[in-house]
Design a protein around this ligand. Structure first.
Ligand code: PLP
Length: 382
């Protein structure tokens, strides 16, 4: 269930504990220990995202990262932001909040029978052969300035093809902004052409809550108005230049957009988790997750309650349409039925989650065949 919240590796927990112990005697910290931490975390993030450390801003949540983009982009009255129907609300409200500035937020259904909001449980699941990129690019209008979308969708688990979207957007002068939290750490990422990508660290990145990364493409970032933090200017920590000297230039790097990043306690664990994941690499994690998914689907393909969904998910898997969330649609069984499966899972030490009509099974790099078989046994019982 790392798609809800990922467990923090023991080594990262120990790093947080060690940091907290030092807080009893803060005079024992060297200045370098404090000051160098954001730099190291930016480097760790850049390694995983496949970008330059200067393109990373540190912030506190996916929402904070997306709000930063929405608030600092200079808008014109009548501009439009387009999004797939049923984005996680952290990628809807920052744009909805721009209505007061004359900006419209428009949602696009991605397949026939796609529903969200109050009708989410009546939605048809994404069919085999679904083409969400085509639906989105076809919906771009003359006033569209930004297309924003989740890389991996939180409820149905569909993966969007970011390079294809970025290319289609570039051809129309539209910027692509991505909520990456359900993919980063478990899928290889291609940022080419993406204007901005936001990701919290507490899911696939297996880190403590309270931190997030915002990637921005340099030319896009230069158009965003600086947020105004004292650390967003040149020589902010200079030992010789007075901090009260306000004749400074804004930084061109990601720090330009920071309003205060994660606290050092969170970063002390984050650093370790990032190192651990970068050592394995998203390609290896993705391949392992796919093997777990294939094994699970093979075990439930003949189970009446899941057969149809197993077939649909298997086909999506074959088309590269799934990330680490296997989202089994309820059909017409309803919420109580899915929640019953979750409850029985908890009794057996199997943790699954339900969102908007789907039962979500999320494998990560540490899961074993035995774990997969325990999930299969639970589903076969239902
Ligand atoms: C797609 C997506 N975006 C964002 C979030 C969380 O956002 P935040 O980091 O602001 O809590 C979630 C959490 O479930 C999510 O699934």
């Amino acid at each position: 269930m790392h798609c809800a919240e990922g467990p923090v590796p023991l080594a990262a927990v120990e790093a947080v504990r060690a940091f907290l112990d030092k807080e009893l005697h803060p005079w024992r910290f060297s200045v370098e220990e404090w000051m160098d931490m954001p730099r190291r975390v930016r480097h760790g993030a850049a390694r995983l995202l496949g970008c330059h450390p200067g393109d990373v801003s540190l912030t506190s949540s996916t929402s904070a990262a997306l709000t930063t983009v929405a608030r600092t982009l200079p808008w014109r009255d009548g501009d439009e932001v387009l999004a797939p129907l049923g984005e996680y609300p952290s990628n809807a409200w920052p744009w909805k909040a721009l209505e007061a500035r004359g900006v419209t937020f428009r949602e696009v259904p991605l397949w026939s029978g796609h529903r969200a909001g109050a009708a989410a449980w009546e939605s048809a699941p994404p069919p085999v052969g679904v083409d969400p990129e085509r639906a989105l690019l076809a919906a771009l209008g003359p006033r569209t300035r930004v297309l924003t979308a989740s890389w991996v969708r939180f409820q149905d688990g569909l993966v969007l093809d970011l390079p294809r979207l970025a290319q289609g957007c570039a051809a129309r002068g539209v910027e692509l902004v991505v909520d990456g939290i359900q993919g980063v750490g478990t899928l290889p990422l291609a940022l080419q052409g993406v204007a901005a990508l936001a990701t919290g660290v507490h899911k696939g990145l297996l880190s403590p809550q309270g931190a997030a990364f915002l990637y921005t493409r340099p030319d896009f970032r230069s158009r965003l108005e600086p947020a105004g933090s004292w650390l967003s200017v040149e020589e902010a920590m200079s030992p010789t230049r007075p901090a009260t000297d306000l004749s400074r230039a804004w930084l061109a790097t990601g720090e330009r957009l920071e309003t205060g990043g994660p606290g050092p306690l969170t970063m002390s664990g984050l650093e370790v988790s990032l190192d651990l994941l970068a050592g394995v690499g998203p390609d290896a994690v993705a391949a392992h997750v796919q093997a777990c998914q294939t094994r699970l689907l093979a075990q439930v393909e003949d189970t009446p309650a899941w057969a149809r969904e197993a077939g649909r998910l298997c086909a999506h898997l074959g088309h590269g349409r799934l990330g680490s969330i296997l989202a089994f649609h309820h059909g017409d069984k309803g919420a109580a039925w899915l929640n019953g499966v979750v409850r029985r899972g908890v009794e057996r030490g199997v943790y699954l989650t339900v969102r908007e009509g789907y039962l979500r099974v999320a494998f990560h790099g540490w899961h074993t065949d035995d774990d997969v078989d325990r999930v299969a046994a639970l589903l076969q019982e239902a």
